[in-house]
Write a protein that binds this ligand. Structure first.
Ligand SMILES: C[S@@+](CC[C@H](N)C(=O)[O-])C[C@H]1O[C@@H](n2cnc3c(N)ncnc32)[C@H](O)[C@@H]1O
Length: 449
């Protein structure tokens, strides 16, 4: 019998490869169709995420064993080979015979004529040794440095080149390596419903693994170990929100005060909207816009779970929001290339192209420019992304400040970020995943003159 964990991972991975599905959603759907033990769920997740994360390196390792080229293979067969190589080379605790025999059985189900091919490829691969790093070292001597980093850490060449250009080789490599380490789960405690201490002890009582206070945000807890937060009563009662700790640093930059009128221009699924509402003690008004109708419900659901009533979820393009009357503060949490969140969204490596960056930069600039026009004099506009490219971050901010000719100024946020980060503030702050094991974010604040 094929292991349920492998079969589930296979179904998710085929959808990612064939339909360009997001790996987190494809996996969620694949898991929902089957009754898996917690252990099998964890293994299915590890295989699905790991195979997507390491695809570039896996394909390099597989290529010599497939004479007609990987592109000529059926997607289903290529998927079986990729996930098997991932297990053989990265999850060495799994017995190789179980990996190969499940691979052959999966191939028999998918296309019986391919079973002997899958068997032959994996046997040859095993015969040559499964230590992937030494194989890469043997074959990589003729490659340039960017290509080597790309292969070693499994990121497309253009991403590596841009990160090296922005951060230098050493720091870029630390960022790439950090992006391959799956992140701990972080939760933000809802101060209107619970205290950090009460949530920490309730989580401990549930036996959910190791819990520690956040390193950067007072209301944060980090949980190590596999845990399905959405199954907990604490979650349903609105005591907490799952959110990366780095993301929690952005909403406070608005300096939210009770009674303010705030615009969140790009709000779904509402992680920062709800944090603003909590910081304003659920008074005043937050207009939470998103351009996709399918996403508006996520904001509504988050608010209702957290018992927040000050948020108005609105369908619309942030560039068209009326500033009459002007807002006290505006958050532009702009759509971006996502290079900061690849720990949790490994498919960004395959999904994003270099051409996306230019299109995103134009949209980000339009959103930020409009935000600056509809905030009141003296009001703050916070600009944030979850990417690490200066083109989408500092350059957008400086471009808008320059274009608006004195109407807005860059504001110093050194006193509004956690002390260990104050020294890192320049044109805003870039928090990279290698610094505090958070996702990567950029944040900056402008003030309307
Ligand atoms: C980075 S996400 C926002 C995350 C959200 N602020 C949070 O903390 O949960 C960017 C969002 O912008 C939305 N978006 C994209 N283009 C937009 C536009 N022109 N106007 C408003 N929202 C837009 C996307 O649908 C996406 O939900």
């Amino acid at each position: 019998m094929i292991s349920p964990a492998r079969w589930t991972a296979y179904h998710a991975l085929v959808r990612v490869a064939k339909d360009r599905a997001y790996v987190n959603l494809a996996l969620q759907q694949a898991l929902a169709k089957r009754e898996l033990s917690d252990r099998d769920k964890a293994l299915a997740t590890e295989i699905a995420y790991g195979t997507v994360r390491r695809q570039l390196t896996i394909d390099y390792l597989l290529a010599p064993y497939v004479r007609r080229g990987l592109a000529a293979l059926e997607v289903e067969i290529l998927t079986i080979l990729r996930m098997s190589v991932y297990q053989l080379s990265w999850l060495s605790r799994l017995p190789a015979y179980a990996v190969t025999s499940d691979a052959v059985d999966m191939a028999k189900r998918v296309n019986p004529r391919s079973a002997s091919f899958v068997n032959a490829v994996l046997r040859s691969y095993l015969r040559d040794g499964t230590d992937w790093e030494s194989r890469i070292h043997v074959r990589r001597t003729d490659r340039d440095d960017i290509a080597q980093l790309s292969l070693l850490h499994s990121y497309p060449r253009w991403m590596v080149a841009r990160l090296v250009a922005a951060y230098g080789r050493e720091r870029a490599e630390a960022i790439l390596a950090a992006g391959n380490r799956p992140g701990a789960t972080a939760v933000r405690v809802n101060p209107l419903r619970a205290s950090v201490e009460s949530v920490a002890s309730a989580l401990t009582a549930q036996g959910v693994g190791e819990i520690e206070r956040g390193a950067l945000y007072d209301g944060a807890l980090r949980i190590t170990g596999a845990i399905d937060i959405e199954r907990l009563d604490l979650y349903h009662h609105g005591s907490l929100t799952v959110q990366d700790e780095g993301a929690m640093l952005i909403a406070p930059l608005l300096r939210p005060e009770p009674g303010m009128r705030v615009l969140d221009m790009c709000a779904a699924p509402g992680g920062k909207t709800t944090q603003i509402a909590e910081l304003m003690r659920d008074t005043g008004v937050i207009d939470a816009y998103d351009v996709y109708i399918s996403k508006i419900q996520t904001i509504v659901d988050a608010c209702s779970r957290l018992h927040l009533t000050s948020v108005r979820a609105r369908l619309g393009d942030g560039r068209d929001v009326s500033g009459n009357p002007p807002y006290d503060a505006v958050l532009v949490d702009a759509p971006c290339s996502g290079l900061g969140v690849m720990r949790r969204r490994p498919d960004i490596r395959q999904r994003r192209t270099e051409a996306d960056v230019a299109a995103l930069t134009a949209l980000q600039t339009d959103l930020l420019r409009h935000a600056c026009r509809i905030v009141k004099p003296g009001g703050y506009v916070v600009y944030a992304t979850c990417t690490l490219l200066p083109e989408e971050n500092e350059k957008v901010v400086l471009g808008v400040v320059d274009e608006l000719q004195g109407a807005v100024s860059l504001d110093d946020i050194a006193h509004d970020v956690p002390a260990p980060l104050a020294g890192q503030v320049a044109v805003g702050l870039t928090l990279t995943p290698d610094m505090f094991a958070t996702d990567g974010f950029y944040m900056a604040r402008l003030r309307r003159n």
